[in-house]
Ligand binder design. Structure first.
Ligand code: MD3
Ligand code: FE
Length: 203
């Protein structure tokens, strides 16, 4: 039951579910070395989504801007290595979606508590927009907002639940997207949180 949303955009329902506990163990191990933190936007706002990273580069934002950085600015040490279970899952999902040979070098891990949201944006900090992004949702369900190629287009609302994977590439790569305010809840695997892993080729 792969759900094609538009050319280049596909949702693989429940694709990550068989390995959910392995993924969540790996998230906890990454977060032990590189704790979740609420970063600051260039405009000075504290993000409601808590973030960390693993891989050769991590996405960061502060008063000086957005960028990929090989080091965690909090610890000034390299981000934790990308767990094999992450790398393999991302490659399998990309392959299934029609992007063979995907080798992510960055994984941004987003943690949403009830009330957290992600405003409409484009992912434009990567070097090559020919490379797809693979996104894995775990825990509480969320409403994903999927816009068009301009910010003013009214977004479609798409439910993403535990174990869903979305792959965005080709003509869908630069679409505006976001996440609506997370509702209260309690999930058997994650308690009061939603996690989203986004696999990227940053460089
Ligand atoms: C569509 N994360 O980290 S993942 C992000 O659920 C981000 O945490 C959201 O947007 C989350 O940047 C959404 C789905 C996603 C990711 C990248 C995309 C959809 C995308 C890039 C282009 C188009
Ligand atoms: Fe994004």
């Amino acid at each position: 039951h792969d759900q094609s949303l538009a050319p280049g955009a596909i949702i693989l329902s429940g694709f990550a579910r068989p390995i959910d506990s392995g993924l969540l163990t790996a998230v906890a191990e990454v977060a032990e070395a590189a704790p979740f933190r609420n970063m600051t936007t260039p405009g000075g706002w504290r993000m409601s989504v808590a973030m960390t990273n693993c891989g050769e580069a991590g996405w960061v934002t502060d008063r000086s801007g957005y960028r990929y950085d090989p080091r965690d600015p909090e610890t000034k040490t390299p981000w934790p290595a990308m767990p094999a279970v992450f790398r393999d899952l991302a490659a399998r999902a990309a392959d299934r979606a029609g992007f063979p040979g995907f080798q992510p070098d960055a994984c941004l891990i987003n943690r949403y508590a009830p009330g957290a949201k992600l405003s409409l944006h484009q992912d434009k900090d990567e070097a090559d927009f020919g490379q797809p992004i693979v996104s894995v949702s775990l825990g509480l369900p969320a409403t994903f907002l999927w816009g068009g190629t301009t910010r003013s287009e009214r977004p479609r609302r798409i439910r993403l639940t535990h174990g869903d994977i979305a792959v965005w590439g080709g003509p869908a790569r630069l679409t505006f997207h976001g996440v609506d305010t997370l509702r209260d809840g309690d999930h058997p695997a994650t308690g009061p949180f939603r996690y989203n892993l986004t696999f990227r080729r940053a460089r």
